[in-house]
Ligand binder design. Sequence first.
Ligand SMILES: Cc1cc2nc3c(=O)[nH]c(=O)nc-3n(C[C@H](O)[C@H](O)[C@H](O)COP(=O)(O)OP(=O)(O)OC[C@H]3O[C@@H](n4cnc5c(N)ncnc54)[C@H](O)[C@@H]3O)c2cc1C
Length: 279
Amino acid sequence: MALNIVVCIKPVPDPAYYDKVSIDPVTKRITREGIPTIINPVDKNAIEAALQLKSAYGGKVTVITMAPPNATENLREALAMGADEGILLSDRAFGGADTLATSYTLAKGIEKLGSFDIVFCGAESADGATAQVSSQLGEWLGVPHLWNVFALEAPEEKQLRVKTKIENGAMEWEIKAPCLLAVAREVNKPRFISAMGIIKAKNKPISTWSKADLIVEDSRLGLEGSPTKAGGVFTPDLKRKGEMLKGDPEQIVEEILQRLRAGGISIDLDGSCEWGGGK
Ligand SMILES: Cc1cc2nc3c(=O)[nH]c(=O)nc-3n(C[C@H](O)[C@H](O)[C@H](O)COP(=O)(O)OP(=O)(O)OC[C@H]3O[C@@H](n4cnc5c(N)ncnc54)[C@H](O)[C@@H]3O)c2cc1C
């Protein structure tokens, strides 16, 4: 007996480059060209959960993403963590997908893989952050699905006990495979990648599947298959100006204090701050 586990990972912009991410005012699409990506942080928790189950019961962990071609690097990182195989769903026809089209395409990729026991997702992405993809994917796949899983036990191979976060507390569930679980950051601590992991990852397979490799309805893909249409998009005008102060640290601090005082804010050297009438 062994578990067949699939983990959905989304490449998201590297936070170090967030200032370069913009929204095209005409197409209303997020412009990510040329911005390095990382694995969506909570998706690493999803990979970790899968790897822990694999080490308990044996089996295989496949990571899958719908993304541009350069996402092979993100898949390779997941393989270095310990996953066995990577699948990249990539085609121009998938571009501009909303959550429904994204989850549909992922479902078709997972179906092509054959049978599965557990599909793991992150609870939400760091960029789109709708938290919709996992539930939609569970529906497309026709399996029970739980969201915001922060504790996970597998007393038996295909029998899981999980806890999900809700607004005022938590809920406990027993769920049988096949199922889909969308995990929260608290569920575990993703492992560090070892040098051996990086070396092994070089020889692990990554396949790229385009539309032609999947059994899909064209009208459900990409922009055409996306009922969500972005409306007005605007960037708040913060009306701030930046100024570089020069000098040694003491001079700069004195200059900042003077400017704050001139603006009506008094700061004592013990760190307390008085603004208008209140402290
Ligand atoms: C009109 C419109 C146009 C858009 N155009 C684009 C576009 O051109 N390019 C673009 O990149 N985005 C585009 N988006 C955003 C895109 O729809 C979402 O980023 C995507 O559907 C995933 O949703 P999310 O980030 O909210 O995922 P969430 O639901 O917050 O993610 C939850 C989990 O689902 C899984 N997951 C989500 N997305 C993927 C994925 N792609 N592959 C594997 N696993 C995944 C991960 O495990 C993730 O942790 C557009 C959105 C709209 C509304």
